[in-house]
Design a protein around this ligand. Structure first.
Ligand SMILES: Cc1cc2nc3c(=O)[nH]c(=O)nc-3n(C[C@H](O)[C@H](O)[C@H](O)COP(=O)(O)OP(=O)(O)OC[C@H]3O[C@@H](n4cnc5c(N)ncnc54)[C@H](O)[C@@H]3O)c2cc1C
Length: 401
């Protein structure tokens, strides 16, 4: 959605230069704590909404350089499955993934489902080697192993191109991959980024949240603005904002095609690479790439050809699909998702921060609780409601509310 459209709907959106002051009316109006949420992607918006819902009387400002259509969150197909989360511990992924799955399931069965862009979907994952059940299998309903006759239906004579060809040729001759030998199926969820972002924004504004479009050079810039707490949910922006050297981009290129007859989600795994087909409401998303450390946001023709070629082999009816567009997004990769509290001195002139992720009094007098919530890799829509819940819990503990 263009920012203009957002502006038209939301009278709360303000744009101001860095260093501008928070309107005094906000300070006067709110009875509870004043919280700044940095970032308007799925991590930031879910955090902002849960602050408003869980901290009575709170006043929230969402501060972000970019809103909506420009974001990786808005471009995501929104399929639920933990993906590209590097070293994030499985028990945490399970907890956040389940909380998010439960939230989205509630949403699917609510009157908000259409507006929020959520729906159920049936998913089949295919592998070229025996693969155990994923650790998150207990979260999803109807998990089962794929039968042989199911496996045989997908891409029997797969002639993988691009990065797959060399590996495949070792096994079966030049460029020929073996048939799928294993797989599983389950009922998953879709939460389309472009719609879910809009729904979250509407909920935040309706609850009194403020939207401010501006970039920050550092979190310290908020020091003069009198916030009681800060949530930093800046995605890949942590590289610049926090000088976080553990963050890196994972480039994802996809195609969007018109193929309304495709109703199932299909994933063909080849080592770490996945070819995927995910139906959204107005198109089918066909992916993809996962190039680690690659900052290019331009469309790569070779990637586009390889993506479509592999997808057509997986689901031959895609030959008849009309190509609508290509898209590239940079997933916010990190050594592991960062969700922790730090008590930081944000006051003017403070040059260093005092570590302390214990929720206790690190940072000394005048320190502000800053909760970090970023590094969602390829699973922001899959985990965000859960990570936001924990972020707000950390904030409440630090504020004693
Ligand atoms: C091709 C592709 C497909 C995907 N499909 C799925 C999927 O099906 N399911 C799924 O779960 N995930 C998917 N993802 C991953 C998902 O998109 C991300 O994990 C998620 O969007 C990350 O959200 P975020 O809020 O952390 O970051 P972002 O959406 O990037 O938001 C970051 C926010 O922080 C702001 N910001 C950054 N720096 C600053 C600064 N200095 N000052 C002010 N503001 C700042 C930005 O302007 C922005 O508002 C996909 C990703 C790609 C690329």
């Amino acid at each position: 959605m263009a920012l203009g459209a957002l502006n038209a709907r939301s009278t709360a959106l303000q744009s101001r230069s860095a260093g501008g002051r928070r309107p005094q009316t906000l300070v006067a109006a709110a009875a509870g704590p004043h919280i700044a949420v940095v970032g308007a992607g799925v991590a930031g918006l879910t955090s902002a909404l849960q602050v408003l819902e869980q901290i009575p009387g709170s006043c929230v400002s969402v501060i972000a350089e970019q809103f909506h259509s420009d974001l990786v969150s808005a471009g995501a197909a929104g399929y639920w499955e933990p993906y590209k989360l590097s070293g994030t511990p499985q028990d945490k992924i399970f907890k956040w993934g389940k909380a998010t799955f439960d939230h989205l399931t509630d949403l699917v069965h609510s009157s908000d489902a259409a507006a929020a862009g959520v729906s159920t979907c049936y998913a089949t994952s295919l592998f070229r080697e025996r693969t155990p059940d994923p650790f998150w299998a207990p979260i999803v309903p109807g998990f089962c192993r794929a039968r042989q006759e199911q496996l045989r239906r997908y891409g029997q004579s797969v002639d993988w191109g691009g990065p797959f060809a060399a590996e495949a040729s070792g096994a079966e001759g030049a460029g020929k991959a073996e048939a799928w030998v294993d797989g599983y199926c389950f009922n998953s969820l879709l939460c389309e980024g472009r719609l879910y972002m809009r729904w979250l924004t509407d909920r935040i504004v309706a609850a009194g949240g403020q939207l401010e479009q501006r970039g920050l050079a550092g979190v310290e810039e908020l020091g003069e603005e009198g916030y009681d707490g800060v949530v930093v949910a800046c995605g890949l922006g942590a590289v610049g904002l926090l000088r976080d050297e553990e963050c890196y981009p994972i480039r994802g290129q996809i195609a969007r095609v018109r193929a309304p007859w495709v109703r199932e989600c299909v994933f063909g795994h080849f080592g770490d690479e996945v070819t995927y087909i995910i139906p959204n409401r107005e198109w089918v998303v066909v992916g993809g790439t996962g190039q680690v450390g690659d900052w290019r946001t331009s469309i790569n023709v070779g990637d586009a050809d390889a993506i479509m070629g592999r997808a057509r082999q997986l689901l031959p009816s895609l030959e008849d699909a009309e190509l609508l567009s290509h898209w590239v997004g940079l997933r916010p990769g990190r050594t592991q998702l960062r969700l922790e509290l730090e008590m930081r001195r944000l006051s003017p002139g403070a040059t260093s921060s005092t570590d302390g992720d214990d929720g206790g009094g690190g940072g000394g007098a005048g320190a502000t609780p800053v909760v970090y919530n970023y590094g969602h890799g390829g699973a922001g829509l899959t985990l965000a409601w859960g990570t936001a819940g924990d972020a707000v819990e950390l904030l409440r503990g630090a504020l004693g509310v």
